[in-house]
Design a protein around this ligand. Structure first.
Ligand code: MG
Length: 204
């Protein structure tokens, strides 16, 4: 499918660019409450996907999402690799088996639930779920892409007020309060970049 090729290539490039541009900042956020490698890890994951972009963009969207998810699991590492990986793998699998239905918001919602199970986390635990769930709510409401992007950014900022319940940051207890979660931040950066890309995207 030609449409998928353009879309997949565009999304891969967009995500890689935004992470590369903010990798240092993501490391800085992670230094405050973690081990300081989140930007490096995310960049490695996005670079690995980018290297494989020609093959990936030749696949149907569902299959490409699943393969990108596997690449992220293998290359991001840390706590975030399996979470981002699960999100994309589940989206791909659900989209593949529901290709006749196109309720994309429902598919994304199920994939986010899978991320929550994988991380044994819920909303409010100061993780990327604190961006994913609000973004999903806007998707269900069929909000405009700019609104979804704003929600992603605002939601990431709100993690500063939360106490980390999962991962390395949770060892800090109350001292994790006052810092934006790096995973929520990378998630918001990606969601925002994807929204802006889709806003301009015109299928061939
Ligand atoms: Mg880290």
């Amino acid at each position: 499918m030609q449409t998928d090729r353009t879309l997949i290539l565009g999304l891969i490039e967009t995500c890689r660019e935004v992470i590369a541009a903010h990798a240092d900042h993501l490391c800085e956020l992670d230094r405050a409450i973690g081990d300081g490698d989140h930007g490096t890890n995310m960049r490695r994951g996005c670079d690995a996907v980018y290297v494989d972009r020609d093959r990936l963009s030749g696949m149907p969207l569902a299959q490409a999402l699943e393969k990108i998810g596997l690449t992220l699991v293998m290359n991001i590492g840390g706590a975030s690799g399996p979470l981002y990986g699960t999100l994309l793998i589940e989206m791909g699998r659900k989209l593949g088996s529901n290709a006749h239905k196109t309720n994309f918001a429902a598919i994304v919602g199920e994939a986010i639930d899978a991320v929550a199970r994988r991380g044994r986390s819920q909303e409010g635990d100061k993780t990327l779920l604190d961006v994913l769930y609000p973004v999903h709510t806007e998707m269900v409401r069929q909000s405009a892409l700019v609104r979804i992007a704003d929600t992603a950014k605002e939601s990431a900022q709100l993690t500063a007020g939360m106490r980390a319940m999962r991962g390395r940051a949770s060892f800090l207890g109350d001292r994790s309060i006052g810092h934006v979660d790096p995973g929520a931040s990378s998630c918001a950066l990606l969601a925002t970049a994807i929204c802006h890309y889709l806003k301009e995207y015109r299928p061939a």
